[in-house]
Write a protein that binds this ligand. Structure first.
Ligand code: 4YB
Length: 471
């Protein structure tokens, strides 16, 4: 293990650097001392309500200061946290939650970003369904790196989401991997730009704790304001794409503080990183997944299509075109019916990603999901191959190619494209010379706003259902 902590990280930083800034909430700084003091108070409050080392606590909400506080306080009680996307529909929760054995639940969706009000709010938080065995005698729980820390839901394309369980150690090993490549020092500040219910947000959180740097917690709209004074941000490609579009219309003084951006979650267009680097933003291309507590491979953007080499503590191999991974940050298993269900690994301990990959020009390349492959008159179509081409159009920010059933061909590709309708109408003409006949979408539709739903990714399954309804 790489874990350098002898006690809860926030207390260790409070001892070493009491007056340095741990968090910036909006524009208000919170020192490590203030933070550790507040977390002690909250943890005590939670423990009194019965939260202990056997508990699983659901925290529902978008990123905000209270969610960060609550997460730390639940950890300090020795309990496991399930951070939950507030946009997950109730019908799905009804199917899922009975299998997760949640002991406590707090809804932090409505809390304010104003620090004083936030503190008051949280002091008053009563877990809705606490067993109310209010305890009087509370023993401090010791920092234990191998303790289960988080349950993160996967966004599996079929069946119910699975709740991947990570220890503190796994999260810190993931952070260590990224930070052995990407400079991030005390004094730097990482914007909490992706949700804590996703590993990409957890990644930010644990790099912050590993370094004792500054975490910036802000309302994300307008994004250019959220970035004020931040040196680092993690972004999915569409976020960076939108930022660069708007930036052209904004005052240039705005973004001077932003040094580095870590990208990931989806195919990263070369044109995107080239434009960002041209604006003085260092781009790092990452490849990761929930089961590995975020980033596995990464590189500084270099004009090539891949995601670089495995980070410290990680290994990658290719078996029948599939990327397999071994990592010191692998999940312990999935939480189901109150127990750990082990990940299914190969006999020699590798995790099969279902990602199609290759090793080209000295680096790993992610070519798409193996499960997305479909056939059209006998020709194999990997939708990501087509999307990659569509995304090179300067006015297309993202696209999805999905199959529709066809009597003659079996299936044929249809594109749902995020762009202005005028652009979309011209696209078939534009891609005619760029795509092979069997790859050319038979229809090009505008991606509806309704499919952009709070998570960090658009669900391909939902796109496919929507397209089916349109044809
Ligand atoms: C990719 C891909 C890539 C993932 N090319 N397909 O901290 C980070 O690493 C980070 C920074 C910014 C944005 C996101 C991240 C992440 O963690 C992303 C992790 C993630 O997406 N996890 S996931 O479980 O939701 O999905 C994993 C799948 O996403 C992979 O199996 C791939 O299919 C795909 N993916 N990075 C192409 N660079």
């Amino acid at each position: 293990t790489v874990v350098p902590f002898k006690q809860w990280p926030w207390h260790q930083w409070a001892q070493l650097y009491p007056n340095e800034t741990a968090i910036i909430s909006g524009v208000s700084p919170i020192t490590w001392q203030q933070l550790s003091c507040h977390i002690n108070h909250l943890a005590n409050n939670f423990a009194k309500q019965g939260v202990d080392t056997q508990s699983t606590v659901l925290l529902r909400g978008k990123n905000n200061l209270n969610l960060v506080f609550a997460l730390l306080a639940v950890f300090q009680c020795g309990a496991k946290v399930l951070p939950l996307n507030p946009q997950i529909p109730k019908s799905l929760l009804d199917d899922l939650l009975p299998h997760l054995h949640i002991d406590f639940y707090a809804d932090l969706s409505e809390s304010t970003l104003d620090l004083d009000a936030a503190l008051l709010d949280l002091n008053g938080v009563e877990f809705n369904n606490a067993p109310r065995q209010h305890k009087n005698e509370i023993k401090d729980v010791q920092w234990e790196p191998s303790r289960m820390a988080t349950l993160i839901l996967t966004s599996g394309s079929s069946g119910l989401p699975k709740a991947a369980v990570h220890t503190f150690d796994a999260h810190l090993c993931s952070a260590e991997g990224v930070l052995s490549l990407m400079p991030f020092e005390k004094g730097d500040s990482w914007l909490l730009s992706l949700p804590l219910f996703h590993v990409s947000g957890q990644g930010i959180f644990w790099r912050w704790l590993l370094r004792g740097a500054t975490l910036v917690v802000r309302e994300m709209h307008p994004f250019i304001d959220a970035l004020q004074g931040c040196t680092h941000a993690s972004l999915v490609p569409t976020q960076l794409w939108r930022f660069l579009q708007n930036k052209a219309q904004q005052d240039r003084q705005y973004s001077i503080s932003l040094k580095s951006v870590l990208l990931g979650g989806a195919m990263i267009p070369i044109e995107l990183t080239q434009e960002a680097e041209h604006c003085g933003i260092q781009c790092w291309c990452g490849y990761g997944m929930t089961e590995m507590a975020s980033t596995v491979c990464a590189k500084r953007a270099d004009g090539k299509a891949g995601v670089g080499l495995p980070l410290k503590g990680k290994g990658v191999r290719l078996i029948d075109d599939e990327i397999q991974i071994k990592s010191d940050s692998v999940a312990l298993g999935y939480w189901f019916d109150g127990k750990l269900k082990p990940l299914s690994l190969t006999a020699d301990g590798w995790y099969s990603t279902r990602d199609k990959g290759d090793f080209i020009a000295d680096e790993w390349c992610v070519l798409g999901r193996l499960d997305n492959l479909f056939f059209s008159a006998g020709e194999g179509i990997q939708p990501e191959d087509i999307e990659k081409i569509l995304n090179t159009h300067p006015s297309v920010s993202q696209s999805f190619v999905v199959p529709i059933d066809d009597a003659e061909f079996g299936q044929r590709p249809v594109a749902a494209v995020d762009a202005d309708i005028e652009i979309i109408n011209q696209l078939p003409q534009w891609y005619h010379s760029r795509l092979a006949g069997f790859q050319r979408p038979v229809a090009c539709l505008q991606l509806p706003e309704s499919l952009k739903n709070g998570g960090i990714k658009i669900s391909r399954k939902q796109v496919q259902e929507w397209v089916k309804g349109q044809m």
